[in-house]
Design a protein around this ligand. Structure first.
Ligand code: SF4
Ligand code: SF4
Ligand code: SF4
Length: 135
């Protein structure tokens, strides 16, 4: 059975950013939150409340539908695979992602793809994230 990332305990998020650092470090060899495939943000004006956005691994991903060059294709088990050689940097995929989960690499002008590997969850101190089995 396939496994996908899910936010399972959002109320317990303390905004430590360990998840984003782990993702950037693992997949982009970068010590920054900017290269992570997920985003944790403060709700403006709400102390101690955070939004946690991560690729949902949609069945029929809108990001794939709008991509004019087939740079994005379906990943077996959910989510997407990215071919950077086909990307024309149009950002249509970012605008199409309904959960607002898909992130943009401002250095290379390409989307940052979630691999549903679970490294973010393994660094979360409060079990906010989990790699869960899906049908
Ligand atoms: S990036 Fe967005 S639209 Fe694409 S599969 Fe993930 S959640 Fe769905
Ligand atoms: S930015 Fe790249 S991956 Fe995204 S829709 Fe445009 S061509 Fe496709
Ligand atoms: S590691 Fe967990 S607690 Fe820390 S910001 Fe990420 S989701 Fe929130």
């Amino acid at each position: 059975m396939a496994k996908l990332m899910r936010v399972v305990n959002r109320d317990q998020c303390i905004g430590c950013f360990s998840c984003m650092y782990a993702c950037s470090r693992t997949w982009q060899q970068a010590i920054t939150v900017e290269k992570a495939a997920l985003r944790v943000k403060n709700y403006p004006g709400v102390e101690g409340a955070f939004s946690v956005r991560i690729c949902y691994g949609c069945n029929n991903p809108d990001c794939i539908v709008v991509c004019p060059t087939q740079a994005l294709t379906k990943r077996k088990g959910g989510g997407v695979v990215f071919d950077s050689s086909k990307c024309i940097h149009c950002r249509k995929c970012i605008d199409a992602c309904v959960p607002g989960a898909l992130q943009w690499d401002t250095e290379f002008e390409i989307p940052i793809i979630c691999h549903h590997c679970g490294i973010c969850a393994s660094y979360c101190p409060n079990s906010v994230l989990a790699l869960v089995e899906v049908e």
